[in-house]
Design a protein around this ligand. Structure first.
Ligand code: 7PM
Length: 277
């Protein structure tokens, strides 16, 4: 598995990689606002790149738990100009956080290196759009949908259910022509899971890794940390790093985070120490 291709770039996945989160917010003004928002997105991208991010994950906020439904046109308008501008200026793998076939196809034409879909290509047309694009995909597990998923979630066994679901999506991808070498898996921390479910999944990352795919973990600043520590989002970095360090030690290699530099430093040390074994 070690090397994985993402369009014009390839990564050695025996090493840890950081995916920097770039939220693209809607513009309240149609004239000057647009420049300001694109400009700040590019500044943040440059900062995360200099700090050592391998991926920039561009999201139009359509996938957030509890988020209002965003129209296709709105998502295209938010995401595509940012993707295009990043691709023009920087040598980095751009990942697009989307579930829409229209966004998948358009982003692929702009040269994105990864489709990050919290709905694991379940939207009608998404699987075909991804297959035709040839772009690698991160398949994430979510129970329910972003509007309702935090309302009393239950599993017989959360680990079994997440693993069977993702393996079924892998099989569907293969039927559609998306080979296994193009896939990474993500247990979907916080997506239709209680605190206990999230802790169990993080505890079982080593088993999850045994499925044979690169594992991506997204735990940065999430509610599960707030639930344990009772601290606001602004004070969740140290705990985020603890969770990610545990996931790295269990074989996860891609970390989707807000705070790039602290994670690059932590993962460099974790990797150097592990290598000595
Ligand atoms: C509010 C609640 C805002 C949750 C944003 C979020 C993941 C992801 C997200 C993840 C992958 C966040 C989430 N989380 N994609 N997109 N894995 N692959 O905390 O865990 O960023 S949105």
């Amino acid at each position: 598995m070690s090397v994985m291709n993402f369009g014009d770039r390839s990564l050695d996945l025996s090493l840890p990689h950081v995916m920097g989160i770039l939220n693209v917010t809607p513009d309240s003004f149609s004239d000057g606002g647009s420049y300001t928002s694109l400009d700040s997105a590019l500044k943040q991208t440059e900062k995360m790149l200099l700090e050592g991010a391998s991926f920039i994950d561009v999201g139009g906020e359509s996938t957030r738990p509890g988020a209002a439904v965003v129209s296709i046109q709105e998502e295209l308008d938010r995401v595509l100009p940012v993707v295009e501008a990043i691709k023009q200026r920087f040598d980095v793998i751009v990942s697009v956080d989307t579930s829409s076939p229209e966004v998948i196809s358009a982003a692929a034409r702009l040269g994105v290196g990864l489709i990050n879909d919290v709905r694991a290509l379940e939207r009608p047309g998404a699987m075909q759009a991804a297959a035709e694009s040839g772009v690698p995909v991160c398949l994430m597990h979510m129970k329910g949908n972003p509007e309702t998923m935090q309302q009393s979630v239950q599993y017989r066994s959360v680990v079994d259910e997440v693993e069977s679901y993702l393996l079924a999506r892998v099989a569907a991808c293969e039927v559609a022509g998306i080979g296994r070498e193009k896939l990474m898996l993500d247990p979907g921390i916080g997506f239709g899971k209680s605190l206990e479910h999230n802790l169990t999944l993080l505890n079982q990352t080593a088993g999850f890794r045994q499925l044979g795919f690169p594992v991506l973990i997204g735990v940065s600043r999430k509610t599960m940390i707030g639930d344990i520590l009772n601290v606001p989002v602004s004070e969740r970095l140290f705990a985020t790093m603890g969770a990610n360090a545990s996931a790295f030690a269990q074989g996860a290699r891609i970390f989707r985070v807000h705070d790039v530099k602290p994670h690059v430093d932590m993962l460099e040390l974790m990797y150097r120490i592990e290598k000595e074994r």
